[in-house]
Design a protein around this ligand. Structure first.
Ligand SMILES: [Zn+2]
Length: 445
């Protein structure tokens, strides 16, 4: 390790082989070695000893709506990436909506990259969008470096991003499979949604009834059928309905290439606790009952669900009205996701290694960044979150970094305080103080 410039030392470093006392040697932007705890520090290297704080690989959040440019009053790259950095996230992949333009052509991708370039506090990649009329744009976007394509099977919430019907889905998926790409899908069936009771108003039970589980289950079944027929690779976004788990597990056992994510809010908040009119809890698909949540945790434990991602999707506060039917749907979770998931995970007997697998290693693998991100191992980027896992804090909206400080977690006491976040060898946040943006734009490799 004679060339190390930095040695990060802790009694608890989470590596792919488990948690151990170690000294992590860093040169430039890369981890060069994971050494024994008491390995001598080479002359000229700086030692950062974080004691008993846990060093984990920076989280990789593959589901974030930054909304920049075009709806920057909802969220922007500067604020979103600061919130992410404060929460121990070092890589995010931006969704193709709700920015204007959406990321549906190479020109639009270039526009977004230009906007993000000097505002990103963490590394940022991009998903493309699959629309009814842009099949011809998919391959150029793939070649330009997007990590895959998002499609909706029901209305997205914004007019410029229409959803695909089954025929259009088949066409886009065939095209994407043709170049070995990945389709990620918001899976709710529009016919089941239309058939559900649509009462509107402030009652959460009415909202929940308007987005039933079978809308998810039906859409996922149809997606799996298409993936099977085309031998295509698909990913189910933000799974909420536990009823869909058996069919997903069965498809995977059959060799269908389907992966699944869920979100902190489905894992830590329940329908039973949502106050009427509290649309900071509104997202689609919705937060469901506690019994449903238990099954999602079971599916994380047995590997049916691969990843946990935020689906951070903010709006201005005025769009979060007390009518669940018309309020903006989206929960802002970037800064709190690690602590929220860890708080519930520890309660349920999971370790931080599990959280790292769900929120860093598996998400990195989803987007093919696993040779660079999601692990503390020689050759990987020196991205770290330093966490005090047994310290608690109470969520104060005023302390949040995302643009509109609306949160479903206000007043909750959470375990896990992020002490510092490191991006490619540089400390970018320490005790709430940020450096200038040092994020890079990432492309599919
Ligand atoms: Zn989303």
């Amino acid at each position: 390790m004679s060339e190390a410039e930095l040695v990060l030392r802790s009694t608890r470093v989470i590596t792919p082989e488990g948690t151990r006392a170690a000294s992590v040697a860093v040169t430039g932007e890369k981890i060069t070695a994971v050494l024994p705890y008491d390995a001598p520090v080479p002359a000229g290297a700086r030692l950062e000893d974080v004691g008993d704080h846990v060093v984990l690989p920076g989280l990789v959040d593959t589901h974030v709506h930054v909304n920049d440019p075009g709806r920057t009053e909802w969220e922007g790259f500067w604020t979103a990436t600061r919130a992410a950095a404060a929460g121990g996230i070092t890589t995010l992949v931006d969704m193709p909506l709700n920015s204007l333009p959406p990321t549906t052509t190479v020109d639009h991708l270039r526009t977004k990259q230009k906007v993000a370039a000097d505002k990103a506090h963490i590394d940022v990649g991009f998903w493309g969008g699959a629309l009814p009329d842009n099949v011809g744009d998919l391959r150029p976007l793939h070649e330009a470096g997007v990590f895959g394509f998002k499609a909706f099977l029901s209305p997205s919430g914004v007019d410029e991003f229409p959803h695909l019907d089954q025929e259009q889905l088949a066409r886009s998926l065939a095209e994407i499979a043709g170049f070995g790409g990945l389709l990620i899908v918001h899976a709710e069936d529009p016919h089941h949604l239309a058939a559900a009771p649509q009462h509107g108003g402030p009652k959460y039970t009415d909202f929940l009834a308007s987005r039933p589980r079978d809308a998810e289950d039906t859409a996922i079944a149809a997606l799996i059928a298409q993936a099977r027929r085309l031998d295509a690779r698909v990913h189910v976004l933000h799974l909420s309905s536990s009823d869909a788990l058996p069919l997903i597990a069965e498809a995977r056992a059959d060799g269908v290439r389907v992966t699944v994510e869920t979100c902190p809010h489905y894992l830590t908040l329940t329908a039973e606790e949502v106050p009427d009119g509290a649309s900071e809890f509104k997202c689609c698909p919705p937060i469901r009952e506690a019994a449903n949540q238990d099954l999602l945790w079971q599916a994380l434990a047995d590997g049916t669900i691969d990843c946990v991602v935020t689906d951070h999707s903010p709006s201005t506060a005025d769009l979060k009205t007390d009518d669940f039917a018309t309020a903006w749907g989206g929960i802002s979770g970037l800064q709190l996701s690690l602590s929220a998931v860890w708080t519930e995970a520890r309660e349920r007997g999971h370790g931080l290694e599990d959280v790292v697998r769900w929120m860093s290693s598996n998400t990195a693998r989803l987007v093919g960044l696993d040779t660079r991100k999601g692990a503390i191992a020689a050759g990987c980027d020196a991205d770290f979150a330093v966490l005090a896992p047994d310290e608690t804090f109470t969520v104060d909206p005023a302390a949040l970094q995302h643009r509109n400080r609306v949160t479903a977690y206000a007043g909750k006491t959470l375990y896990g305080v992020v002490k510092s976040t490191w991006l490619r060898g540089q400390r970018i946040v320490a005790d709430g103080a940020f450096t200038e943006p040092k994020g890079q734009l990432l492309s599919r490799t």
